[in-house]
Design a protein around this ligand. Structure first.
Ligand SMILES: O=C(O)C(=O)C[C@H](O)C(=O)CO
Length: 271
């Protein structure tokens, strides 16, 4: 498993683009038939992915977690990027369409995936059990944001959050850009109290997102392809412009679960 240690924000400014990519960009998550894991030591967010080909695929903990079951001290979100997919948790089946979300609570034993298509996994440490539940796309709390003139009209769906499917730590949702809009999260923000990961999807082979990362006064672009993720430590902005409309799955863990706990950054102050 690839492990991504934390980076000091002052060090960030000295990294070249290869080094920025190797520390913050998560690629190659969707191998066939077996889950690939990447562990960010920022808030111990564990990111996984697999491409299912019609056979059951167990979701087990990477060896580096110390030999216990994945949800022995963690919770998990399962998000099919294509599908449909059936997730079985301790003998119960949950059917998910693309961009539905299954929350899997602390203490769950056996987890397996079946179906076809790519499945994204996000796990965070948990200290209390919350019930396993489907947070489907149609029932998610949805907010419309942005303006056509700023090319940033988008729908933000919150799936795992304080007023929706409850969790101990993880907060997760899906933002979808309207056709013709390309900017997400601009004006940007930071939230020192939480790490956030964006997994961009729906771009196709030829389109990319220019994701902006780093302290607001010293940002760097990261060119992101379809089904790749970017880790944003609490000190980093996370915003991007695509070469077309797209969706992204945002997932956070840390000190609180308050979606609105953001430190806004003025566009004019960005460097
Ligand atoms: O488009 C947006 O704006 C977002 O989706 C913002 C994310 O939800 C986020 O960054 C939450 O901290």
């Amino acid at each position: 498993m690839k492990i991504l240690p934390a980076t000091h924000p002052r060090e960030f400014a000295r990294l070249d683009s290869t080094e920025v990519r190797s520390r913050f960009l998560v690629e190659g998550l969707f191998d066939a038939d077996r889950v690939t894991w990447v562990n960010s030591l920022d808030d111990r967010l564990l990111l996984g992915g697999v491409t299912l080909a019609g056979a059951p695929c167990p979701v087990t903990a990477p060896a580096e977690l110390g030999g216990q079951a994945l949800c022995a001290r963690r919770e998990l979100a399962v998000v099919p990027l294509s599908g449909p997919v059936t997730v079985t948790t301790d003998g119960t089946d949950h059917r998910l369409d693309p961009l539905d979300v299954l929350y899997v609570g602390l203490g769950t034993g056996e987890i397996s995936l079946d179906g076809t298509g790519r499945v994204y996994l996000v796990s965070a440490p948990a200290h209390q059990h919350c019930p396993t539940a489907v947070a489907d796309r149609e029932k998610a709390h949805a907010t419309e944001l942005g303006e056509q003139e700023r090319a940033n009209r988008r729908t933000i769906r919150r799936h795992i959050h304080t007023d929706g499917v409850a969790s101990a730590n993880l907060v997760l949702g899906v933002t979808t850009l309207h056709p013709g809009s390309v900017w997400n999260t601009m004006p940007p923000h930071t939230h020192l109290r939480r790490t956030e990961v964006y997994l961009y999807t729906g771009l196709g082979e030829d389109d990319h997102v220019v994701h902006l990362a780093g302290p607001p006064e010293d940002t760097r672009p990261i060119i992101v392809a379809d089904d790749q993720a970017v880790i944003s430590p609490g000190w980093s902005i996370h915003s991007g412009a695509g070469t077309r409309a797209y969706s992204f799955i945002w997932a956070m863990a840390g000190e609180n679960q308050d979606y609105a706990d953001m430190d806004a950054v003025a566009v004019a102050s960005l460097r």
